[in-house]
Ligand binder design. Structure first.
Ligand code: HEM
Length: 382
Protein backbone atom coordinates (compact mmCIF):
# COMPACT_ATOMS: atom_id res chain seq x y z
CA UNK A 1 0.00 0.00 0.00
CA UNK A 2 2.82 2.39 0.87
CA UNK A 3 4.00 2.15 -2.74
CA UNK A 4 0.87 4.08 -3.76
CA UNK A 5 1.68 6.95 -1.39
CA UNK A 6 2.65 9.36 -4.16
CA UNK A 7 -0.63 8.93 -6.07
CA UNK A 8 -3.17 11.67 -5.46
CA UNK A 9 -6.10 10.93 -7.77
CA UNK A 10 -9.03 8.75 -6.73
CA UNK A 11 -10.95 6.52 -9.17
CA UNK A 12 -14.27 8.42 -9.40
CA UNK A 13 -16.23 5.37 -10.58
CA UNK A 14 -15.49 3.56 -7.31
CA UNK A 15 -17.26 6.22 -5.25
CA UNK A 16 -19.87 7.07 -7.89
CA UNK A 17 -22.54 5.18 -6.03
CA UNK A 18 -22.41 7.83 -3.29
CA UNK A 19 -22.68 10.71 -5.75
CA UNK A 20 -26.40 11.35 -5.13
CA UNK A 21 -25.59 12.08 -1.47
CA UNK A 22 -22.24 13.90 -1.73
CA UNK A 23 -23.18 15.72 -4.93
CA UNK A 24 -21.68 15.53 -8.42
CA UNK A 25 -19.05 18.17 -7.76
CA UNK A 26 -17.86 16.81 -4.41
CA UNK A 27 -14.12 16.75 -3.66
CA UNK A 28 -14.52 12.95 -3.68
CA UNK A 29 -14.55 13.20 -7.49
CA UNK A 30 -12.06 16.07 -7.91
CA UNK A 31 -8.65 14.98 -9.19
CA UNK A 32 -5.55 16.67 -10.62
CA UNK A 33 -5.05 20.39 -10.13
CA UNK A 34 -8.68 20.94 -9.13
CA UNK A 35 -8.47 18.35 -6.34
CA UNK A 36 -5.11 19.64 -5.10
CA UNK A 37 -6.34 23.26 -5.06
CA UNK A 38 -9.33 22.30 -2.95
CA UNK A 39 -7.22 20.27 -0.51
CA UNK A 40 -4.63 23.08 -0.21
CA UNK A 41 -7.42 25.53 0.57
CA UNK A 42 -9.46 23.41 2.96
CA UNK A 43 -6.57 21.77 4.83
CA UNK A 44 -5.84 25.16 6.47
CA UNK A 45 -9.03 24.66 8.49
CA UNK A 46 -7.73 21.33 9.90
CA UNK A 47 -4.10 22.20 10.73
CA UNK A 48 -2.60 21.47 14.18
CA UNK A 49 -3.24 25.10 15.23
CA UNK A 50 -6.77 25.22 13.80
CA UNK A 51 -7.75 22.00 15.59
CA UNK A 52 -6.16 23.37 18.78
CA UNK A 53 -8.60 26.29 18.66
CA UNK A 54 -11.62 23.95 18.61
CA UNK A 55 -11.20 22.57 22.15
CA UNK A 56 -13.65 24.98 23.85
CA UNK A 57 -16.36 23.91 21.36
CA UNK A 58 -15.50 20.21 21.69
CA UNK A 59 -15.62 20.55 25.49
CA UNK A 60 -18.98 22.36 25.40
CA UNK A 61 -20.46 19.63 23.20
CA UNK A 62 -19.22 17.04 25.74
CA UNK A 63 -20.66 19.07 28.67
CA UNK A 64 -24.12 19.04 27.08
CA UNK A 65 -24.06 15.29 26.51
CA UNK A 66 -22.74 14.55 30.01
CA UNK A 67 -25.54 16.61 31.55
CA UNK A 68 -28.14 14.68 29.55
CA UNK A 69 -26.59 11.32 30.45
CA UNK A 70 -26.41 12.26 34.15
CA UNK A 71 -30.18 12.83 34.14
CA UNK A 72 -30.76 9.47 32.42
CA UNK A 73 -28.33 7.68 34.76
CA UNK A 74 -30.12 9.10 37.79
CA UNK A 75 -33.42 7.60 36.54
CA UNK A 76 -31.76 4.30 35.53
CA UNK A 77 -32.85 4.84 31.90
CA UNK A 78 -31.49 2.80 29.01
CA UNK A 79 -29.17 4.81 26.77
CA UNK A 80 -29.03 4.39 22.98
CA UNK A 81 -25.27 4.84 22.74
CA UNK A 82 -25.04 5.01 18.96
CA UNK A 83 -27.66 7.77 18.72
CA UNK A 84 -25.88 9.86 21.36
CA UNK A 85 -22.38 9.38 19.86
CA UNK A 86 -23.56 10.38 16.38
CA UNK A 87 -25.55 13.31 17.82
CA UNK A 88 -22.43 14.55 19.63
CA UNK A 89 -20.33 14.22 16.47
CA UNK A 90 -22.96 16.06 14.35
CA UNK A 91 -23.05 19.00 16.76
CA UNK A 92 -19.26 19.15 16.89
CA UNK A 93 -18.67 18.94 13.14
CA UNK A 94 -21.22 21.66 12.43
CA UNK A 95 -19.73 23.98 15.03
CA UNK A 96 -16.14 23.24 13.98
CA UNK A 97 -16.58 23.34 10.21
CA UNK A 98 -19.44 25.81 9.82
CA UNK A 99 -20.48 28.00 12.76
CA UNK A 100 -18.39 27.86 15.95
CA UNK A 101 -20.19 30.67 17.71
CA UNK A 102 -23.74 29.54 17.09
CA UNK A 103 -25.86 28.82 20.11
CA UNK A 104 -25.95 25.05 20.43
CA UNK A 105 -28.09 23.42 17.78
CA UNK A 106 -31.50 22.39 19.09
CA UNK A 107 -31.70 18.67 19.77
CA UNK A 108 -34.68 18.31 17.41
CA UNK A 109 -32.59 19.66 14.53
CA UNK A 110 -29.70 17.30 15.31
CA UNK A 111 -32.15 14.37 15.53
CA UNK A 112 -33.66 15.35 12.18
CA UNK A 113 -30.24 15.66 10.53
CA UNK A 114 -29.29 12.26 11.92
CA UNK A 115 -32.43 10.63 10.60
CA UNK A 116 -31.91 12.20 7.14
CA UNK A 117 -28.32 10.98 7.18
CA UNK A 118 -29.37 7.45 8.29
CA UNK A 119 -31.94 7.24 5.55
CA UNK A 120 -29.68 8.63 2.80
CA UNK A 121 -26.62 6.58 3.82
CA UNK A 122 -28.57 3.32 4.21
CA UNK A 123 -30.13 3.90 0.80
CA UNK A 124 -26.66 4.41 -0.76
CA UNK A 125 -25.43 1.18 0.83
CA UNK A 126 -28.62 -0.66 -0.21
CA UNK A 127 -27.89 0.37 -3.81
CA UNK A 128 -24.46 -1.24 -3.41
CA UNK A 129 -25.86 -4.58 -2.20
CA UNK A 130 -29.36 -4.72 -3.73
CA UNK A 131 -29.00 -2.55 -6.83
CA UNK A 132 -30.74 0.68 -7.90
CA UNK A 133 -34.44 1.01 -6.95
CA UNK A 134 -37.04 1.10 -9.75
CA UNK A 135 -38.37 4.52 -10.73
CA UNK A 136 -41.42 5.20 -8.55
CA UNK A 137 -40.19 2.93 -5.73
CA UNK A 138 -40.94 4.56 -2.35
CA UNK A 139 -37.18 4.35 -1.58
CA UNK A 140 -36.51 6.97 -4.27
CA UNK A 141 -39.01 9.43 -2.76
CA UNK A 142 -37.75 8.86 0.79
CA UNK A 143 -34.15 9.41 -0.34
CA UNK A 144 -35.05 12.58 -2.26
CA UNK A 145 -36.93 13.98 0.78
CA UNK A 146 -33.97 13.32 3.09
CA UNK A 147 -31.57 14.86 0.61
CA UNK A 148 -33.63 18.02 0.13
CA UNK A 149 -33.73 18.49 3.89
CA UNK A 150 -29.92 18.22 4.04
CA UNK A 151 -29.64 20.67 1.11
CA UNK A 152 -31.97 23.19 2.80
CA UNK A 153 -29.93 22.99 5.99
CA UNK A 154 -26.60 23.46 4.18
CA UNK A 155 -27.92 26.25 1.91
CA UNK A 156 -29.32 28.25 4.82
CA UNK A 157 -26.13 27.97 6.89
CA UNK A 158 -24.04 28.93 3.84
CA UNK A 159 -26.28 31.99 3.26
CA UNK A 160 -25.80 33.11 6.87
CA UNK A 161 -22.05 32.57 6.75
CA UNK A 162 -21.66 34.32 3.35
CA UNK A 163 -22.95 37.54 4.89
CA UNK A 164 -20.16 37.63 7.50
CA UNK A 165 -16.95 39.73 7.41
CA UNK A 166 -13.71 38.55 9.02
CA UNK A 167 -10.85 40.51 10.56
CA UNK A 168 -8.45 37.63 10.20
CA UNK A 169 -8.14 34.32 8.36
CA UNK A 170 -7.89 32.59 11.73
CA UNK A 171 -11.62 33.21 12.29
CA UNK A 172 -12.59 31.46 9.06
CA UNK A 173 -14.07 27.97 9.25
CA UNK A 174 -13.85 25.32 6.55
CA UNK A 175 -17.21 26.57 5.23
CA UNK A 176 -15.88 30.15 4.91
CA UNK A 177 -12.88 28.92 2.89
CA UNK A 178 -15.21 26.87 0.69
CA UNK A 179 -17.52 29.88 0.15
CA UNK A 180 -14.53 31.96 -1.05
CA UNK A 181 -13.21 29.17 -3.27
CA UNK A 182 -16.55 28.40 -4.89
CA UNK A 183 -17.89 31.96 -5.17
CA UNK A 184 -19.19 31.14 -8.66
CA UNK A 185 -20.17 27.49 -8.24
CA UNK A 186 -23.02 26.88 -5.79
CA UNK A 187 -23.22 23.19 -6.69
CA UNK A 188 -19.53 22.54 -5.83
CA UNK A 189 -19.92 24.53 -2.61
CA UNK A 190 -22.93 22.53 -1.45
CA UNK A 191 -21.30 19.24 -2.46
CA UNK A 192 -18.13 19.94 -0.49
CA UNK A 193 -19.97 21.16 2.61
CA UNK A 194 -22.07 17.96 2.63
CA UNK A 195 -18.97 15.80 2.01
CA UNK A 196 -17.02 17.31 4.91
CA UNK A 197 -20.06 17.34 7.18
CA UNK A 198 -20.99 13.69 6.60
CA UNK A 199 -17.31 12.57 6.30
CA UNK A 200 -16.64 14.31 9.59
CA UNK A 201 -19.47 13.05 11.79
CA UNK A 202 -20.23 9.46 10.90
CA UNK A 203 -16.57 8.42 11.16
CA UNK A 204 -15.85 10.14 14.49
CA UNK A 205 -19.27 9.26 15.92
CA UNK A 206 -18.84 5.55 15.18
CA UNK A 207 -15.22 5.63 16.37
CA UNK A 208 -16.41 6.95 19.75
CA UNK A 209 -19.17 4.32 19.85
CA UNK A 210 -16.77 1.42 19.10
CA UNK A 211 -14.24 2.80 21.62
CA UNK A 212 -16.87 2.95 24.39
CA UNK A 213 -18.06 -0.54 23.46
CA UNK A 214 -14.49 -1.92 23.77
CA UNK A 215 -14.03 0.02 27.03
CA UNK A 216 -17.16 -1.70 28.40
CA UNK A 217 -15.79 -5.09 27.35
CA UNK A 218 -12.36 -4.36 28.92
CA UNK A 219 -12.95 -2.62 32.27
CA UNK A 220 -9.25 -2.86 33.21
CA UNK A 221 -8.33 -0.91 30.05
CA UNK A 222 -11.09 1.64 30.80
CA UNK A 223 -9.46 2.19 34.20
CA UNK A 224 -6.10 2.78 32.50
CA UNK A 225 -7.75 5.40 30.28
CA UNK A 226 -9.25 7.07 33.38
CA UNK A 227 -5.87 7.09 35.12
CA UNK A 228 -4.12 8.61 32.10
CA UNK A 229 -6.64 11.40 31.61
CA UNK A 230 -6.69 12.20 35.35
CA UNK A 231 -2.90 12.50 35.27
CA UNK A 232 -2.49 14.42 32.00
CA UNK A 233 -5.64 16.57 31.84
CA UNK A 234 -5.55 17.04 35.61
CA UNK A 235 -2.03 18.52 35.35
CA UNK A 236 -2.77 20.58 32.20
CA UNK A 237 -5.95 22.04 33.74
CA UNK A 238 -7.65 22.08 30.32
CA UNK A 239 -7.68 20.07 27.13
CA UNK A 240 -5.33 21.27 24.40
CA UNK A 241 -3.26 19.70 21.63
CA UNK A 242 -0.18 19.27 23.84
CA UNK A 243 -2.15 17.44 26.53
CA UNK A 244 -3.96 15.23 24.00
CA UNK A 245 -0.55 14.45 22.45
CA UNK A 246 0.66 13.19 25.84
CA UNK A 247 -2.30 10.83 26.21
CA UNK A 248 -0.51 8.04 24.40
CA UNK A 249 -2.68 5.25 25.81
CA UNK A 250 -5.81 7.02 24.51
CA UNK A 251 -4.17 7.24 21.08
CA UNK A 252 -3.26 3.54 21.14
CA UNK A 253 -6.79 2.67 22.33
CA UNK A 254 -8.33 4.64 19.43
CA UNK A 255 -5.93 3.13 16.86
CA UNK A 256 -6.71 -0.37 18.14
CA UNK A 257 -10.43 0.47 18.00
CA UNK A 258 -10.16 1.56 14.34
CA UNK A 259 -8.14 -1.57 13.52
CA UNK A 260 -10.41 -4.13 15.15
CA UNK A 261 -13.72 -2.49 14.16
CA UNK A 262 -12.39 -1.99 10.59
CA UNK A 263 -13.99 1.46 10.78
CA UNK A 264 -12.82 2.75 7.40
CA UNK A 265 -12.11 -0.39 5.37
CA UNK A 266 -10.47 1.06 2.27
CA UNK A 267 -9.16 3.96 0.24
CA UNK A 268 -8.34 3.97 -3.46
CA UNK A 269 -6.07 5.59 -6.02
CA UNK A 270 -5.65 5.84 -9.77
CA UNK A 271 -2.93 7.27 -12.02
CA UNK A 272 -3.41 8.93 -15.41
CA UNK A 273 -0.03 7.52 -16.52
CA UNK A 274 1.45 4.01 -16.38
CA UNK A 275 2.89 3.35 -12.92
CA UNK A 276 4.89 0.67 -11.15
CA UNK A 277 3.32 -0.52 -7.89
CA UNK A 278 4.89 -3.33 -5.84
CA UNK A 279 6.83 -4.60 -8.86
CA UNK A 280 3.73 -4.61 -11.13
CA UNK A 281 3.26 -2.28 -14.08
CA UNK A 282 -0.23 -0.82 -14.00
CA UNK A 283 -1.63 0.70 -17.19
CA UNK A 284 -2.91 4.28 -16.87
CA UNK A 285 -6.39 4.40 -15.35
CA UNK A 286 -6.12 1.16 -13.32
CA UNK A 287 -7.89 1.64 -9.96
CA UNK A 288 -5.87 0.46 -6.94
CA UNK A 289 -7.65 -0.39 -3.69
CA UNK A 290 -5.70 0.37 -0.52
CA UNK A 291 -7.09 -2.39 1.70
CA UNK A 292 -6.71 -0.59 5.05
CA UNK A 293 -8.97 -3.01 6.93
CA UNK A 294 -7.20 -6.12 5.59
CA UNK A 295 -3.79 -4.69 6.59
CA UNK A 296 -5.12 -4.23 10.12
CA UNK A 297 -5.93 -7.95 10.38
CA UNK A 298 -2.56 -9.18 9.04
CA UNK A 299 -1.45 -11.72 11.66
CA UNK A 300 2.28 -11.17 11.01
CA UNK A 301 2.01 -7.49 11.85
CA UNK A 302 -0.75 -8.00 14.45
CA UNK A 303 -0.41 -11.39 16.21
CA UNK A 304 -3.80 -12.69 17.39
CA UNK A 305 -5.51 -10.01 15.33
CA UNK A 306 -9.00 -10.71 16.76
CA UNK A 307 -7.88 -9.64 20.25
CA UNK A 308 -8.37 -6.05 21.40
CA UNK A 309 -4.89 -5.06 22.58
CA UNK A 310 -3.93 -1.35 22.56
CA UNK A 311 -0.48 -2.27 23.91
CA UNK A 312 0.46 -3.58 20.47
CA UNK A 313 0.61 0.04 19.23
CA UNK A 314 4.32 0.81 19.38
CA UNK A 315 6.69 1.73 16.54
CA UNK A 316 6.02 1.65 12.80
CA UNK A 317 2.59 0.30 11.85
CA UNK A 318 1.22 -1.45 8.77
CA UNK A 319 -2.31 -0.21 9.41
CA UNK A 320 -3.04 3.46 8.57
CA UNK A 321 -6.64 4.21 9.58
CA UNK A 322 -6.74 7.53 7.74
CA UNK A 323 -4.98 6.54 4.49
CA UNK A 324 -1.70 7.77 3.01
CA UNK A 325 0.01 10.71 1.33
CA UNK A 326 -1.33 14.11 0.27
CA UNK A 327 -4.85 12.73 -0.03
CA UNK A 328 -4.92 11.21 3.45
CA UNK A 329 -8.09 12.06 5.39
CA UNK A 330 -8.09 15.84 5.99
CA UNK A 331 -9.87 15.38 9.33
CA UNK A 332 -7.42 13.03 11.04
CA UNK A 333 -6.09 15.55 13.61
CA UNK A 334 -9.61 16.66 14.46
CA UNK A 335 -10.81 13.05 14.71
CA UNK A 336 -8.04 12.07 17.15
CA UNK A 337 -8.46 15.24 19.22
CA UNK A 338 -12.23 15.07 19.60
CA UNK A 339 -12.57 11.34 20.19
CA UNK A 340 -9.68 11.27 22.71
CA UNK A 341 -11.25 14.19 24.57
CA UNK A 342 -14.78 12.74 24.54
CA UNK A 343 -13.61 9.26 25.52
CA UNK A 344 -11.73 10.67 28.51
CA UNK A 345 -14.60 12.99 29.53
CA UNK A 346 -17.25 10.27 29.29
CA UNK A 347 -15.20 7.66 31.15
CA UNK A 348 -14.33 10.17 33.87
CA UNK A 349 -18.04 10.90 34.35
CA UNK A 350 -19.57 7.39 34.06
CA UNK A 351 -19.09 3.69 34.33
CA UNK A 352 -21.07 2.13 31.45
CA UNK A 353 -22.42 -1.39 31.13
CA UNK A 354 -24.46 -3.17 28.47
CA UNK A 355 -28.19 -3.52 29.14
CA UNK A 356 -27.93 -7.10 27.88
CA UNK A 357 -24.62 -8.37 29.21
CA UNK A 358 -24.58 -11.18 26.63
CA UNK A 359 -24.82 -8.70 23.71
CA UNK A 360 -22.00 -8.81 21.14
CA UNK A 361 -21.93 -6.13 18.44
CA UNK A 362 -22.29 -7.53 14.92
CA UNK A 363 -20.57 -5.44 12.26
CA UNK A 364 -22.42 -4.04 9.30
CA UNK A 365 -19.79 -3.51 6.59
CA UNK A 366 -19.95 -0.83 3.91
CA UNK A 367 -17.90 2.24 3.12
CA UNK A 368 -17.83 2.50 6.91
CA UNK A 369 -18.21 -0.28 9.52
CA UNK A 370 -20.79 0.15 12.27
CA UNK A 371 -22.75 -2.12 14.62
CA UNK A 372 -25.81 -3.48 12.81
CA UNK A 373 -28.18 -2.29 15.56
CA UNK A 374 -28.39 0.22 18.42
CA UNK A 375 -26.03 -0.45 21.36
CA UNK A 376 -28.09 -0.09 24.57
CA UNK A 377 -26.21 0.73 27.77
CA UNK A 378 -26.78 1.83 31.36
CA UNK A 379 -24.61 4.48 32.97
CA UNK A 380 -23.56 4.88 36.60
CA UNK A 381 -22.37 8.40 37.45
CA UNK A 382 -18.90 8.44 39.08
C1 HEM B 1 -12.35 8.34 12.86
C2 HEM B 1 -12.49 9.28 12.02
C3 HEM B 1 -12.14 9.21 10.55
C4 HEM B 1 -11.67 8.17 9.79
C5 HEM B 1 -11.34 6.75 10.23
C6 HEM B 1 -11.52 8.67 8.43
C7 HEM B 1 -11.03 7.93 7.37
C8 HEM B 1 -10.85 8.43 6.10
C9 HEM B 1 -10.22 7.71 5.03
C10 HEM B 1 -9.62 6.31 5.11
C11 HEM B 1 -10.26 8.52 3.93
C12 HEM B 1 -9.70 8.21 2.55
C13 HEM B 1 -8.29 8.75 2.51
C14 HEM B 1 -7.52 8.44 1.27
O1 HEM B 1 -8.11 8.39 0.19
O2 HEM B 1 -6.30 8.27 1.40
C15 HEM B 1 -10.93 9.74 4.31
C16 HEM B 1 -11.18 10.79 3.46
C17 HEM B 1 -11.88 11.92 3.83
N1 HEM B 1 -12.26 12.28 5.11
FE1 HEM B 1 -11.97 11.19 6.78
N2 HEM B 1 -11.93 9.97 8.41
C18 HEM B 1 -12.29 10.35 9.68
C19 HEM B 1 -12.69 11.60 10.11
C20 HEM B 1 -12.92 12.67 9.28
C21 HEM B 1 -13.29 13.99 9.72
C22 HEM B 1 -13.43 14.45 11.17
C23 HEM B 1 -13.50 14.73 8.58
C24 HEM B 1 -13.93 16.19 8.52
C25 HEM B 1 -13.09 17.13 8.49
C26 HEM B 1 -13.24 13.88 7.44
C27 HEM B 1 -13.38 14.24 6.12
C28 HEM B 1 -12.91 13.49 5.05
C29 HEM B 1 -12.98 13.94 3.67
C30 HEM B 1 -13.62 15.22 3.15
C31 HEM B 1 -12.32 12.96 2.89
C32 HEM B 1 -12.11 12.99 1.38
C33 HEM B 1 -10.89 13.86 1.10
C34 HEM B 1 -10.48 13.92 -0.35
O3 HEM B 1 -11.17 13.38 -1.22
O4 HEM B 1 -9.43 14.54 -0.62
N3 HEM B 1 -12.88 12.65 7.91
N4 HEM B 1 -11.25 9.68 5.65
Amino acid sequence: MRQTVRLFDKPPELFKLFQPLFGPKSIQYANGLEGRTRRNTYDRAFSHEAVGRTFPVLDECADELIEKLRAMAAKGERIPLSRFCIGLAIKAILRVTVEPDSASLPDEQVAQLKSCYDLAWNEMEARLTQGEPEAGDHRVQAFNDALSHLHEFVDSTVRRRSAMKFDSDVDKTFADLAIELHAKDAEALRSDVITYMVGGFHTSGYLLLWALYYAIQHPNLADRLRAESAEVLGAAGEANMAAIGQMTFHRAFLDETMRLSCLAPFAARVSDAEVEVGGHTLPAGTPVIQALGTAGMCSEAYPEPDDFNPDRWTGQQLFEPFGFGRRKCPGYRLAYAETALWLSRLLAAFRFRLVDETYTAVSSFGLLTKPNEEVWVLAEAL
